[in-house]
Design a protein around this ligand. Sequence first.
Ligand SMILES: [Zn+2]
Length: 344
Amino acid sequence: MINYYLKLLAFRLSPLLVGLGINRMLSFFMGGRGHILMFHRVVPNDCRKRIHNHLSLEITPEKLEEIIVFFINRKYDIISLDQVEDYRKGIKKFVVFTFDDGYKDNLDFAYPIFKKFNCPFAIYIQNSFPNGNAFVWWYLLEELLLREDFIRIKTDTFEFFQNTKTDRLKEIAFFTIREAINNGSLPLVKFGEILAEKGMDWKEISKQYSLSWNEIRTLCNDRLVTIGAHTISHIALKSLTNEDAYREIKGSKDELELILEKKIPHFAYPFGSRKEVGKRDVQLVSQIGFETAVTTVLGNLKKHEESSQLPRITVNALTSLSVLKMQLSGLYALLDNGLKGYKI
Ligand SMILES: [Zn+2]
């Protein structure tokens, strides 16, 4: 808890810390050899109303460009996942851009930017996206709340009747319903029925958010793009039996390799923190034959990091350049992980 408040304070103070040059000093000790950045979606700002929480999954095309230029100006090599192991042994500073899940906007908005700068990047695909079985309920809940001025949900274990006229009430409703879905008191099947009553076809809408197999094939055929695996259905691996965890990891690799006719040596753990990934899962990923696997544990890459649990740095709409600089310095990772280091 103390770490949480320290980190919050460090975020607030990031412009001051950067102004004092603290980041450059810390980078010398904790900056590591390079960084793997984690993104999810690239979405233009169309000025329509949004639910604030989703900003943590998104970045605008302009901001993505700004971050690429930031690294180019600082003489970083922007490299692909295939080059990480070699670069970790070298002395040249490097950065890898990775996108999780396989959102369609990665093709529409991220891809043209990486083409423009001739920079490599990676997308970790959760197979349920192109297979059309994903339920992006967090975006459907947002659409529902933005459309409706009153929400009425009643199940055996969850009851919600609320006016959702104002932005603030929509935000509160979002967090209450999200919590009910996450803790199981509002089953997804029931939420799907509620959406259907409002004329929202969750399967069709979810598909609009996802890359199709054809689109993934197009991306995969470009030498700038690395496709990685991210399990079949994006469930927290730690909660699964040995057999189910194996099926989720191996199944995603096998299906990607079959459809894309390419070896898939890179993996990202769903959710990726110590709460959702266990030591068993790290062993499974190595046994199955992945050459690298990334977590969402915050950190920079050092020479001796285990390649089956590489830390990353989250970048989203809320990441200012001063916060990014402090993340690269290693301070926030130290506050997050303490002396545990980056291991799961
Ligand atoms: Zn994911």
